[in-house]
Design a protein around this ligand. Structure first.
Ligand code: UDX
Ligand code: ADP
Length: 476
């Protein structure tokens, strides 16, 4: 029976997962550690506004379990050594340099953890791969551990990928479609797997716990994310065709999704998928396929990312041509996070679309209910740097950007309004009233890249509207 758990990584995956395990297993003491001390301090703050990850329902759970059986600590070595089970929930971004640059997952954090665990452990441990990892990472971890471990200490590595989505993390953890656990098919491996099954069975029905070999488990995470992203790219690619043919992409999604063999989830048209997982995981999959000489398979999956980039570019081109000239145009950007109900902005489509707008001379007013102002500026800076602009140029472009505290400030006095994240707040804008308050009588063009606005109402109020994939838009 596991009594003490250590989780390395206090981010979007580590903290929600451990909070739910702590709530469901009051007899297990869990300590979440992180090399980023300020993150740990923030999780220990008495003010929930300081928490670094905003996730509906998470604050309430933390209030119940923190300092009872869930702890946040910077004393990593102590808690690794004390624990029987260690979860690895560190980030594995795409490599920025070296072999596999731009595609492979950077496993530096994972390697560091393996080495640290091996060095400091004086008793046997089960290591759980929670982070998304390339298939056969367990082999690599074993090599590192065997090189550094004490002779009389043994380790079992099991894979238990996390399928939670941001914004619904707590709901996903409470009611997972499935919990996947992969292990070596040895007596020791199967015993390690059972000890994790015993934790999950406190709230997950037995039939939803899937047991596989370790490689299937590692690869299933990449495969699931790739197939989800593929659905989005499929519908986004078709949105270009529905615009040309006066069909409506929302009607197409419903019609196609009603076929139970296809299903209706993940068929929402968008300005492209964002988030820390989809692009990174597909690029990683492409890299792995190429490593095994599977060029056609690699190319097939790479197309999913290419369509995502195409969709962003396509939206920029539509805005650009409808406004005729972007120079000196004032544009309101509604939404910066990669989807609603999260403050996470990683890979958000708002970043490339907004950057292209300022590069072409537009001035932006940006509003997001949760995204941090500094993060927005950082996202733009990083993107512009990747376009090889120098610091002086970037500084001057950032002068064209203002970040607003309220939606009404952001909406006022604009030539164009672009909805990029599907926040509920944007669905409730009173367009009639807004029109009455427009001083110079020139209505802004509205670009709804999430199809959340009432296009018929907007058209009846004489707005020029573009809705993605909607053949009825009066901006083409
Ligand atoms: C994803 C997976 O869903 C989750 O299982 C995995 O553990 C991590 O990666 P996440 O990135 O948090 O989760 O969010 P998700 O809801 O999958 O959305 C990803 C992106 O796809 C968002 O930008 C979202 O707006 C977009 N999306 C989603 C669409 O464009 N259309 C859809 O129909 C669904
Ligand atoms: P994810 O979305 O995968 O949870 P995050 O970036 O939100 O990713 O969280 C990962 C966390 O892991 C970060 O807080 C980071 O500081 C932490 N981390 C990365 N490498 C290490 C390491 N070697 N030791 C401890 N913590 C680490």
């Amino acid at each position: 029976m596991i009594r003490k758990i250590c989780c390395i990584g206090a981010g979007y995956v580590g903290t929600p997962t451990m909070a739910v395990i702590a709530l469901k297993c009051p007899n297990i003491k869990i300590t979440v550690v992180d090399s980023n001390r300020s993150r740990i301090d923030a999780w220990n703050s008495s003010n929930t506004n300081d928490f670094p990850v905003k996730e509906p329902g998470l604050d309430d759970i933390i209030k119940v379990v923190r300092n009872k059986n869930l702890f946040f600590s910077s004393d990593t070595e102590k808690h690794i050594d004390e624990s029987e089970m260690i979860f690895l929930a560190v980030n594995t971004p795409t490599k920025k340099e070296g072999k596999g640059k731009g595609f492979a997952a950077d496993l530096t954090n994972i390697d560091q953890c393996a080495k640290q665990i091996a060095i400091v452990s004086s008793s046997n441990k089960i290591i759980v791969e929670k982070s998304t990892l390339p298939v056969r990472t367990a082999e690599r971890l074993k090599e590192i551990i065997n090189k550094h471990k004490q002779d009389d200490v043994s380790f079992e590595i099991i894979s238990n990928p996390e399928f939670l989505a941001e914004g619904t993390a707590i709901r996903d953890l409470f009611k997972s479609d499935r919990v996947l656990i992969g292990s070596d098919q040895t007596d020791e491996g199967l015993a390690a797997m059972e000890s994790l099954v015993n934790i999950y069975k406190n709230w997950i029905p037995r039939e939803r716990i899937i047991k596989t070999n370790i490689w299937s488990s590692e690869l299933s995470k990449l495969a699931s994310n790739a197939m989800l992203a593929q659905r989005i790219s499929s519908i986004n690619s078709l949105s270009a065709l529905t615009e040309k043919t006066e069909a409506k992409i929302n009607e197409l999604s419903v019609a196609v999704g009603k076929d139970h063999r296809i299903g209706d989830k993940f068929l929402n048209v968008s300005p492209g998928f964002g988030g820390s997982c989809f692009k990174k995981d597909i690029l990683n999959l492409v890299y792995i396929c190429r490593q095994y000489g599977l060029e056609e398979v690699a190319e097939y999956w790479y197309q999913v990312v290419k369509i995502n980039d195409y969709q962003r570019k396509r939206i920029f081109n539509i805005i650009n041509s409808s406004l005729v000239e972007l120079k000196n145009k004032r544009i309101s950007i509604l939404g910066w996070s990669f989807k609603k109900d999260t403050n996470d902005t990683r890979e958000s489509s708002s970043i490339p679309i907004s950057s292209d707008l300022i590069i072409n001379g537009a001035s932006l007013k940006i509003y997001d209910p949760l995204a941090d102002k500094k993060q927005i500026i950082q996202d733009l800076t990083t993107y512009l740097e990747s376009k090889n602009l120098d610091l002086k140029e970037i500084k001057s472009l950032l002068n064209q950007v203002k970040i607003n505290n309220t939606l009404s400030e952001c909406l006022s006095n604009s030539n164009a309004i672009i909805v990029l994240t599907e926040w509920d707040e944007f669905k409730q804008i009173d367009w009639q009233n807004f029109k009455l308050n427009i001083v110079d009588a020139v209505l802004p063009h509205i670009f709804d890249t999430r199809n959340i606005l009432d296009i018929e109402l907007l058209k009846s109020l004489e707005y020029k509207v573009f809705q993605i994939g909607n053949g009825d838009s009066n901006i083409k």
